[in-house]
Design a protein around this ligand. Structure first.
Ligand code: PEP
Ligand code: MG
Length: 906
């Protein structure tokens, strides 16, 4: 904890720098940096993130006391630079108070503008500027924001609109006007009075008139907003530790609402949705920042090109566009030229796509913020590859720039072209975040979350979204809003999540109370299906068919770049030729786990399987196994053929047998009839198979040791398929894996059965195929005695699902109820079944690799538990020296990127 709590900036000087983001937050650090590189930024100061932690440790009063002197000094500096005084009615300095954490959390925390106004100061501002409308517009905005953020003025019911917006609507309705900026001075004055009264009525608080009180109220509210529900949820979703805290940046206000030569806007140095290298953004004349993102007025495009594209989508002709919605480039060409120059300078300075906020006060441009822009998965890949080609970054940086988990978005299905052609377009909105989404309509965030938890796909339909909707947006397949532009809350957050979003579909008429949305004469209820095309902005009726994504273009180039640096290869967990094929298209170089049990659940196989299990003699079992053999052989033939020339690791039967037997009377009767036995006999067998702890019971290699004939049948099926393929000129490379080994004797005993079966089969067929024999390491004892086990194994595959279960002693099937309590209570940081516990389970892996390779230097090691597709776990596997990771098909590219990143980080 450093003694310095406040860092000032202004007039081209700053106490902070860009690389101090941990201390100053992203916003504070970049405000400092922009000062240092000559970008026009209003003067201000940043209170550090460490103070946020102090705030939660020592409490409000103590922290205010600790800050008082430093803030007073910093305020003096702002006053000197601006030549104004805070609270002085004749020459008032007004402030903005903004949050800013180390990682950007767009829209999750709070901002307050126009701070310092009260009933007296507002009069002075009006006199001094000669612009009463501006003074009262700023004042009503301030009361509104302060009421919301500091005094907790929120809608009472979820169906209600914002209480301040409701008042604004009333006032506008009196005179029949529709736009906020059409309100006259009297109406703005009226708003201030009505707002203050509503605050008092609803919250019991008076609006504070003293600017000092306002300032401290706002600073504390920003610290408080670190712990608001949506910020907590956002951190959870994005793995941001609570300890980081938020900084508070206090800046002199510059005003975009001073008249027709003033404006405010948000812009991006590249397209955050597609990644194209096109400067873009939105602005509003005579407005303040929140107007652009809140979606109340329709924002205009920054560039002519963007404006024309927007007008085409919105169905607006060129003449109307140019007169009513001109771009900044047309309306304020000089300001535009400066803005364009600075955005380019900032991107080159940070070597990354920038997301910037600016204000034009009476023709003068000011920057209020810059940050590395949130982007979709597609944009992430394109921007990284483009920056590489432009020579802005090198190959390793390009790999590190991409977030492995975010590749997931590129693997989701896209609309089938033919289906799209035939789909009925209901209306057109803005293509705010690309992708294909189909689902049932819901109108409220909590319903989205609830329906999603019930296994439904939903599309959340809102007039506009607010940060409160985060949980619902997370749960939805897609988001559709009636209001708001490309930089609205919905658009920005959806792009950050990589979620399909169509915003600003102005033809939609949404009725929250009736839970309906109408468009062009059609009405849809909650629960009806719609589809969204986030790439074109089209809203489509019903469910439109989708197809699998492909690895092409920049994505393919990134993947081959990964292959250049990676030390581990990536295989897949697949039980069917179809899954294997999907994974191979995503770059899997083999199969790391083929679970044979899933194959038994198919129609004809389950009968033979049940017969085998329910028999009470070896002979009976052998009859049933003889029926299973050709069926299994066919399965393995398919997989080995589809993965020709690649390693295919097939695991012998693993789960407890009771999972296969019929538990219902009808099923039991059928089996009795099929087998010519009595119902009582079948029921007695089923009962005998019941275990109180099946996860620790008769499963894994214990099955093969109890019933060696099962191991023999599976070996015959695997090698028989391989022989057939070899005869047909293919190059099968099977691996046979023994599960759940705890002592080397288990493996030794299974090895004998496998080798004897293989020998007999090869002699019989007159053909030999090479195969490897390995084991899973998924019991702690196996990891600890890996040296002995390795003498019988060509390879180890870490089954970290069971290894986690048995290391923690948490049942895989029952842990869910405990996990939430543990994670909320910070007893566990993550679900250890998703994110590998490197400290405990990881130690067992490291031990096993070391001991195993000491005993058998050729030992190959891989992982096939769920962790094999989770980026931080993949990186651990690299450090532990594994040869490969294996994961489900749709995680293969994620694992490839994470593996390359691990190599680059090294
Ligand atoms: C494991 O235990 O990690 C594993 C891959 O096997 P299964 O999940 O089938 O038990
Ligand atoms: Mg297992």
């Amino acid at each position: 904890m450093s003694e310095k709590r406040v860092y000032t900036f202004g007039n081209g000087k700053a106490e902070g720098r860009a690389d101090m983001r941990n201390l100053l937050g992203g916003k504070g650090a970049n405000l400092a940096e922009m000062n240092l590189i000559g970008v026009p930024v209003p003067p201000g100061f940043t209170i550090t993130t460490e103070v946020c932690s102090e705030y939660y440790e020592k409490g409000k009063e103590n922290v205010v006391a600790l800050l008082k002197d430093d803030v007073t000094k910093a305020m003096k500096q702002i006053e000197d630079i601006m030549g104004k005084k805070f609270g002085d009615p004749e020459n008032a300095l007004l402030l903005s108070v903004r949050s800013g954490a180390r990682a950007s959390m767009p829209g999750m925390m709070d901002t307050i503008l126009n701070l310092g106004l009260n009933d007296v100061v507002v009069e002075g501002v009006a006199r001094k500027t000669g612009n009463e409308r501006f003074a009262y517009d700023s004042y009503r905005r301030f009361v509104q924001m302060y009421g919301d953020v500091v005094l907790g003025m929120k809608p009472v019911n979820k169906e209600d609109i914002d209480p301040f917006e409701a008042i604004i609507e009333q006032v506008k309705a009196q005179r029949g006007i529709s736009l906020d900026n059409e309100m006259n001075v009297d109406e703005l004055k009226q708003l201030v009075v009505l707002f203050k009264k509503a605050i008092k009525d609803q919250t019991g608080h008076d609006f504070p008139e003293n600017p000092e009180d306002q300032l401290w109220g706002a600073i504390c509210a920003v610290f408080d907003s670190w712990m608001n529900e949506r910020a907590i949820l956002y951190r959870k979703l994005n793995d941001i530790p609570q300890e980081w805290g938020t900084a508070v940046s206090v800046m002199a206000m510059v005003f975009g609402n001073m008249g027709e030569t003033s404006a405010t806007g948000v812009c991006f140095s590249r397209d955050a949705a597609t990644g194209e290298n096109i400067f873009n953004g939105e602005w509003l004349i005579n407005a303040q920042g929140e107007d652009v993102v809140a979606g109340i007025r329709t924002p205009q495009q920054i560039t002519v090109e963007g404006s024309r594209r927007w007008a085409k989508l919105a169905g607006i002709d060129e003449a109307t566009r140019a007169s009513e919605y001109p771009s900044l480039e047309e309306a304020m060409p000089e300001v535009y030229a400066e803005l364009n120059g600075i955005q380019d300078k900032l991107e080159k300075h940070y070597h990354d796509m920038q997301d910037m906020e600016f204000t034009v006060q009476e023709g003068k441009l000011w920057f209020l913020q810059t940050r590395n822009g949130k982007r979709t998965g597609t944009a992430m890949v394109k921007i990284a590859m483009d920056l590489l080609h432009e020579g802005e970054i090198d190959e390793k940086t390009a790999i590190e720039r991409c977030e492995a988990q975010k590749l997931d978005e590129l693997l989701h299905p896209v609309f089938d072209k033919a289906a799209l052609k035939n789909a009925k377009v209901l209306t057109q909105g803005l293509p705010a975040s690309p992708g294909a989404a189909c689902g049932q309509i819901v109108f409220f965030a909590e319903d989205a979350a609830k329906w999603h938890a019930d296994g439904k796909n939903v599309v959340m339909v809102r007039i506009e979204t607010s940060p409160e909707d985060l949980a619902g947006m997370t749960a939805a397949e897609g988001i559709l809003t009636a209001r708001g532009g490309m930089t609205s809350h919905a658009a920005v957050v959806a792009r950050g999540m990589g979620k399909c979003c169509v915003s600003g579909a102005g033809e939609l008429v949404i009725d929250y109370k009736a839970r309906t949305v109408s468009v062009n004469g059609k009405t849809f209820k909650e629960g009806d299906y719609i589809s969204l095309n986030g790439s074109t902005g089209q809203v489509l009726e019903g469910e439109v068919k989708t197809k699998a994504a492909e690895v092409t273009g920049d994505f393919a180039e990134l993947m081959s770049l990964c292959d250049k640096y990676t030390k581990m290869v990536v295989r897949t967990n697949a039980d069917t030729p179809h899954d294997a094929e999907v994974a191979a298209n995503f770059g899997a170089v083999g199969i790391g786990l083929c679970r044979t049990e899933h194959m038994f659940f198919e129609k004809d196989k389950i009968k033979a399987m049940r017969e085998m299990i329910l028999s009470d003699s070896k002979e009976g079992r052998e009859v049933a196994l003889a029926k299973l053999l050709p069926l299994q052989k066919q399965d393995f033939y398919g997989i080995l053929k589809c993965m020709d020339g690649k390693d295919v690791n097939i695991r012998l039967l693993d789960p407890p047998l009771h999972e296969f037997v019929p538990h219902d009377l009808k099923g039991q009767q059928t089996m009795a009839d099929e087998m010519g036995k009595s119902l009582e006999f079948i029921q007695a067998r089923v009962k005998a198979l019941q275990e109180s702890n099946p996860m620790l019971g008769l499963r894994g290699c214990r099955l093969g040791i109890t019933y060696p004939e099962i191991t023999a049948m599976q070996t015959k099926a695997i090698l028989g398929a391989a022989i057939q393929l070899k005869k047909e000129g293919f190059n099968p490379k099977p691996e046979i894996m023994v599960p759940l080994v705890g002592t080397f004797k288990e493996l030794e005993s299974q090895q004998k059965v496998i080798k004897a079966t293989a020998k007999a089969l090869f002699e019989e067929e007159g053909v030999e195929v090479e195969f490897k024999l390995g084991t899973m390491i998924e019991i702690p004892r196996a990891a600890l005695t890996a040296d002995k086990i390795a003498k019988y194994a060509d390879y180890f595959s870490f089954g970290t699902n069971d290894l986690t279960q048995m290391t923690f002693g948490y049942s895989r099937d029952d842990v869910a109820s405990i996990l939430n309590t543990y994670i909320d209570g910070k007893i566990l940081e993550h679900d250890p079944f998703q994110v590998l516990d490197q400290e405990g389970v990881g130690q067992l892996i490291e031990t096993a690799v070391e001991k195993g390779r000491n005993a058998n230097p050729n030992l190959k090691c891989g992982i096939c538990g769920e962790h094999g597709g989770e980026p931080s776990s993949v990186k651990f596997c690299h450090r532990a020296g594994l040869n490969y990771v294996s994961c489900s098909p749709f995680r293969v590219p994620i694992a490839r990127l994470a593996a390359a990143q691990a190599a680059v980080e090294e």
